[in-house]
Design a protein around this ligand. Structure first.
Ligand SMILES: [Zn+2]
Length: 263
C-alpha cells in the first residue's frame, strides 16, 4: 500500500454548529457547543497542520476542544489524537471495544496496511458503550455500536439547529469493506461473522430518522458537493440520503460476497 497524498477539502460550516475540517481522504468534524468544541475523529498524523489551519479558517481554536470522539480504532481516524489532546486537554472517547486497538492489545489499526509506522499506544479517557448519550450544552451526541468494519465502530447521532430548524445529523462510523474482505480476515485470523454484524447494524441504523448525513469519509456523503451547495446558499438537508447511503453500502457488501463466492 502507498501513502495517499492528502488533499484538503476547504473547510466549511455544514449546518448550525457542525463544521467539516477534514481532507478528501478522511473526515474530521467539529461540533461547536456551549461547553466547547467537540471533535469527531482526528485524521491521519500528516493531516495535523491541515486540520489546524482549517479550524483556524473557521474561527475554531484547537485549545477550545473539550472532547474528541473516535468513530473507530483505525489509524486514519486517530492519527492526531494525542497531539490535539496535548494542545487542548480534551477528553478522548472511543468504544470500549476499539480502545483495545488504540492501546495496542490488538494489532488491527491498519497503520501498516495504510503504509505508516504504528503510533505509540494510548488509552482513551471515556470508553463508550452502545447507546451512551453525551451532553454538551444543548448538543447531545448519541453513540450507537455498529460493528463490522471493526468490532467497536460507533455511529453518531447529533442534534443541531439553524434559524430555528432542528435537525438530526448522523454518521455511520465505519462503512469500508476492506477490513471485512476474506484475505484480511484470514490474515488476522478474524471471524467472518463481522459481515453479519455489519448487515445487522445497517438494518438497525435504517430505523433512524436523519436529516443530514455526515461522512466518515467524504466520498460517503459527497462532502465536496455539500460544500458547493452551502456556498451557493442551498440546503444540504435530505431526508432520503441516509436510507440511500445504507442501501448502497449493503449492496456493496452483497457484491463483495458474491465476488468471493465466484472466485
Ligand atoms: Zn476504518
Amino acid at each position: 500500500m502507498f501513502k495517499k497524498v492528502k488533499s484538503s477539502i476547504l473547510p466549511f460550516r455544514m449546518f448550525g454548529n457542525i463544521y467539516f475540517v477534514g481532507s478528501r481522504q478522511v473526515s474530521v468534524h467539529i461540533i461547536k457547543t456551549e461547553c466547547g468544541l467537540v471533535m469527531i475523529d482526528t485524521g491521519y498524523p500528516d493531516m495535523y497542520d491541515q486540520i489546524l489551519s482549517s479550524m483556524e479558517e473557521m474561527g475554531l481554536d484547537i485549545k477550545d476542544v473539550c472532547a474528541i470522539f473516535h468513530s473507530h480504532g483505525h489509524y486514519d481516524h486517530f492519527g492526531c489524537t494525542e497531539r490535539f489532546k496535548a494542545l487542548s486537554g480534551a477528553k478522548t472517547y472511543i468504544s470500549r471495544i476499539d480502545n483495545d486497538i488504540v492501546n495496542g492489545t490488538y494489532d488491527l489499526s491498519w497503520a501498516v496496511e495504510l503504509g505508516y509506522d504504528r503510533l505509540p499506544p494510548f488509552n482513551c479517557d471515556v470508553l463508550v458503550e452502545d447507546g451512551d448519550v453525551f451532553t454538551f450544552g444543548s448538543t447531545k451526541i448519541r453513540c450507537v455500536l455498529t460493528p463490522g468494519h471493526t468490532d467497536g465502530v460507533l455511529s453518531f447521532f447529533i442534534n443541531s439547529e439553524e434559524n430555528g430548524e432542528k435537525i438530526i445529523a448522523a454518521m455511520q462510523g465505519g462503512a469500508g469493506l476492506n477490513s471485512m474482505e476474506r484475505d484480511f480476515l484470514n490474515h488476522y485470523n478474524l471471524p467472518f461473522t463481522c459481515r453479519d454484524k455489519f448487515r445487522e447494524a445497517l438494518h438497525k441504523l435504517a430505523k433512524e430518522h436523519v436529516d443530514l448525513v455526515l461522512g466518515n469519509h467524504p466520498g460517503q456523503n459527497r462532502t465536496e458537493e455539500k460544500r458547493e451547495k452551502v456556498l451557493a446558499g442551498e440546503s444540504i438537508l435530505d431526508r432520503e440520503e441516509w436510507q440511500r447511503f445504507l442501501l448502497t453500502t449493503e449492496n456493496a457488501l452483497d457484491a463483495m460476497l458474491e465476488k468471493e463466492n465466484q472466485a
